[in-house]
Write a protein that binds this ligand. Sequence first.
Ligand code: 13P
Length: 262
Amino acid sequence: MAKRKKIVIANWKMNLTVPESTVLIEKLKKEISGNLQLEVAVCPSFVDIYSASAELKNSKISIGAQNVAEEEKGSYTGEVSVLALKGFVKYILVGHSERRNIFGENDKVVAGKAETVVRHDMTPVICVGETLHEREDKLSKIVVLSQLEASCKQLTAEEISESIIAYEPVWAIGTGHVCLPEEAEKIAADIRGLIKSLYGEKAARLVHILYGGSVTAKTAKDFRYAKNIDGLLVGGASLDHHEFAAIVKNFSSEKKPKKGRK
Ligand code: 13P
């Protein structure tokens, strides 16, 4: 029976030049090696993906893209197509809150992007999350689930099974206010519940769910026992090689200690 694996993905956002990411990759390759029990990926900027893929060849680290065009090809000045990314990346983030909130991407666009990604045999990381206002109005669950349903609309049950959903509360991104693991676990369980009702038990069992938002090496530990959280999507802390390697290590450690044992 297929089983979910643990995944930690670094989102470098628009923070590094090509030479800077080359330096970071060199350091990460040294720190993240050996017999890894989980999947690790980094999402550099588009301009860096080509060289990063050469630098990470034969390493334990995969590559993701931070975004993709909805259309496959054509007159879309400034966009990057799934065809251009094919062969270089394994994962593609779609609907990151910065894309939704700064660049006005709506659920329909995100759904189109997710479909484009899966049809080209890459894994979409479909990001959802509520704003601070929505959280204060106790709308977290309803906002996240309605974003998710609309963003997955064009995927089949099988495609959803092979996708990743990232719960990234907007109020936790880049703020230092990490969501409590119990709170994130509750939303992750709701996400899995929605997938079950829309796509069936198998899809719900297989889909991977990540948490993202101000994760550090210290807080990564707290998420590893959350039943419905399979991984982490890390922004700021992934720009520091020691910190990111420590996140990977802390999140990957295996079994929950027995009660009463420290
Ligand atoms: P931070 O880890 O910097 O809060 O960013 C999270 C994020 O947006 C990852 O996609």
